[in-house]
Design a protein around this ligand. Structure first.
Ligand code: SF4
Ligand code: SF4
Length: 164
């Protein structure tokens, strides 16, 4: 929820969608909360959900999406009064939403029905986000081929966060 239109919204995006993360998000949140990644992330079976931003990955023969944990109100970090409890260090996808990159153009996602201005300001963080997604996609391909059969959630996170 970046700014003004969100103040008159019921945080639909935070309640409805699975929130994808990239490694820098995980490291940032982990450091700020003093928690291990598996304490605030979860693996969601791809058969139960769809996520436009998340990259599917395999673990022991099943396909999952990696995202922020969810509770009864949606994202686990959404407060009862529809505020983000990790606003200062929320994931890149949250700080750039509802904007996305369509090729080289900044576009607004249809998932948010409010009128927005100033999408150009999101270009740089969107580029950073897409560069990280690209690197993460490469790591996930390696994970799927070499480690997914005998891996577990902590091993997956250690692998995705490693810099090798
Ligand atoms: S749906 Fe749109 S207006 Fe509502 S919180 Fe999300 S980004 Fe903000
Ligand atoms: S991290 Fe914050 S902004 Fe992102 S979905 Fe959760 S509550 Fe919303």
């Amino acid at each position: 929820m970046p700014s003004e239109p969100c103040s008159s919204c019921d945080a639909r995006c935070c309640r409805k969608y699975l929130v994808a993360v990239v490694p820098s998000d995980v490291l940032k949140i982990s450091k700020r909360l003093g928690k291990t990644p598996t304490e605030f992330l979860n693996l969601f079976p791809s058969s139960d959900c769809s996520c436009a931003h998340s990259i599917p990955l395999w673990l022991r023969g099943k396909e999952f999406y990696l995202g922020l944990r969810r509770g009864g109100n949606g994202c686990v970090f959404l407060t009862a009064d529809n505020r983000c409890s990790i606003h200062k260090f929320k994931p890149l996808v949250c700080s750039t939403f509802p904007f996305l990159l369509d090729g080289e153009n900044v576009a607004k996602s249809n998932a948010c029905s409010k009128a927005w201005e100033g999408g150009e300001g999101s270009r740089r963080p969107l580029r950073k986000y897409h560069a990280e997604l690209k690197a993460m996609r490469r790591k996930i391909v390696e994970w799927d081929w070499h480690h997914s059969k005998n891996g577990d959630f902590p091993k997956l996170m250690a692998f995705l966060l490693s810099t090798e």
